[in-house]
Write a protein that binds this ligand. Structure first.
Ligand SMILES: *[C@@H]1O[C@H](CO)[C@@H](O)[C@H](O)[C@H]1NC(C)=O
Ligand SMILES: *[C@@H]1O[C@H](CO)[C@@H](O)[C@H](O)[C@H]1NC(C)=O
Ligand SMILES: *[C@@H]1O[C@H](CO)[C@@H](O)[C@H](O)[C@H]1NC(C)=O
Length: 452
């Protein structure tokens, strides 16, 4: 059972049966309903946080259901503090106050941020609150280790354009690189780079992304280049090349969870051992993140500008000519808001989480009573740490259309079926990728919201 993955979640679930309600699912062929208009990164419909980072306008009720995405900002994230990190249940879209949003258990150690994966958890993921539309991002990272344990440093767009670095914990001398256009599976896109002991040694991993090429660098040396010119799809008459605003996402996730598809487990180097030396010694698997630097693409004309406040799409083709660099606001008044009603829930009234007319407001989380307007910080600092528990808890979520007693995330991927040049199998490694990008689908998270 999914929920048994999270002991804390179980306790909370006991207290609030509404968490058992699954949000509707969404895909290219099945857009979200009007009352839950936003399709989250995990292909589920809701309001509030569903309409913020990761909201896919192609699968949402209307193209403006998602809240516009904060434009790129040049920034160096020291990763030596969690002051500007918020759990997704505490973030309404103000990127001037919050640098990272996420789920799971980040914590500080020796001036670095650890993303942790305690026994039977689904790990931790953090994403920037601003979006890069081309540019460079460089991160100092020590990967996790162990069979089935995966670390990821990726760029991930709301329409599922993606550029990756990933480490599987059985091979500490390789980092895998990959890219996707609109989430379309293509097993031929992987490329391996050699790295010296990714677990014990910090290395600098960098993605340099322009409208014409992607370069993956390790310690300043270019290891791989992918040119847009190599990605033409004659059938669809477009470039299968990542080209839309993307968040930086870092994560640790259990590719080797025994309930995952065999292809995923094999790719991840086997099943996870929750009694490993690593777990005995530290209490969790972890990946270590030092400084992360974002340099936005510098250009005067689209594509790739960052002059305004926010990006939105004016066409569901979602290619780079459909992105608008605009002055639209990005902040919701409460978790009842959506892109078309950003002020909803402005006046807080007390409500009960057990109301039956529940709506989904936190992806991977659960539901809030419709009378709730929890658009306020719950005061928890989310500073993480093994003891605080302040940013964990809540309910694991089941995937609609997927068995709720399994932990396979591929179900969301049906969204990309029939999209492109060839077969978009949703199994195997691609499922692993998607899970990587979304360690969260199953996580956690609404406790703060429910129990304000
Ligand atoms: C990349 O490395 C992984 C892990 O070491 C290995 O399983 C895979 O076959 C390699 N892929 C390629 C394309 O070389
Ligand atoms: C992005 O937009 C430019 C200008 O509109 C176009 O020339 C280019 O082909 C686009 N890039 C991709 C990857 O589609
Ligand atoms: C694609 O799917 C079709 C029908 O499902 C199958 O016959 C074909 O072999 C597949 N092609 C590849 C490359 O897997």
């Amino acid at each position: 059972m999914l929920r048994s993955l999270l002991p804390l979640g179980v306790a909370l679930l006991g207290a609030t049966s509404v968490l058992a309600v699954d949000p509707p699912s969404c895909s290219l062929d099945k857009k979200c309903p009007e009352e839950a208009p936003c399709c989250s990164q995990y292909n589920q419909c809701g309001v509030g946080a569903f309409c913020l980072g990761g909201c896919d306008p192609r699968m949402s009720f209307s193209i403006d259901s998602c809240v516009p995405a904060p434009v790129c900002k040049d920034k160096t994230y020291k990763m030596d503090s969690l002051d500007r990190y918020k759990h997704i249940s505490e973030y309404l879209g103000d990127s001037s106050k919050v640098d990272w949003v996420g789920q799971g258990e980040p914590l500080l150690y020796n001036g670095h941020t650890l993303l942790t994966m305690p026994p039977k958890s689904v790990g931790t993921v953090l994403a920037t609150t601003t979006y890069m539309w081309y540019g460079n991002v460089k991160a100092r990272i020590k990967s996790s280790r162990g069979a089935g344990v995966v670390t990821a440093f990726i760029l991930f767009g709301d329409v599922k354009d993606e550029i990756d670095f990933e480490w599987v914990g059985v091979d500490l001398n390789t980092v895998q690189t990959n890219y996707y256009f609109q989430g379309i599976t293509d097993y031929g896109n992987t490329g391996n780079l050699t790295v010296d002991d990714s677990y014990n040694k910090f290395h600098d991993y960098e993605i340099q992304w322009t409208p014409d090429e992607i370069r993956w660098l390790v310690d300043g040396k270019v290891g791989r280049v992918k040119k847009r010119s190599e990605t033409w799809n004659a059938k669809t008459q477009q470039w299968n090349f990542p080209q839309t605003p993307s968040r930086v996402q870092i994560s640790i996730w259990p590719g080797g969870l025994e309930t995952n598809a065999k292809g995923t487990i094999d790719w991840a180097g086997g099943k996870i051992d929750w009694n490993s030396d690593e777990i005995k010694k530290y209490g969790y698997y972890f990946a270590t993140f030092g400084e992360i630097k974002v340099e936005c693409w510098k250009t005067d004309k689209a594509p790739g500008t960052n002059k305004g406040v926010s990006y939105y799409y004016n066409d569901i083709r979602a290619t780079n000519d459909t992105v608008v660099d605009s002055n639209k606001p990005t902040i919701l008044k409460s978790f009842l808001g959506t892109g078309t009603n950003m002020n909803k829930g402005e006046t807080t009234q007390s409500g009960s989480a057990s109301q039956t007319s529940a709506i989904h407001a936190i992806p991977g989380g659960g539901v809030v009573g419709s009378g709730n307007a929890p658009g306020v910080n719950n005061g928890g600092s989310s500073s993480g740490g093994p003891d605080s528990g302040s940013n964990s808890g809540g309910g694991a979520v089941a995937n609609p259309g997927c068995s709720s007693d399994s932990f396979v995330q591929n179900c969301g991927q049906a969204a990309t079926d029939g999209d492109s040049n060839g077969n978009n199998s949703n199994n195997g490694v691609r499922g692993a990728e998607r899970l990587g990008a979304s360690a969260f689908a199953v996580i956690i998270g609404i406790a703060g919201l429910l129990f304000l």
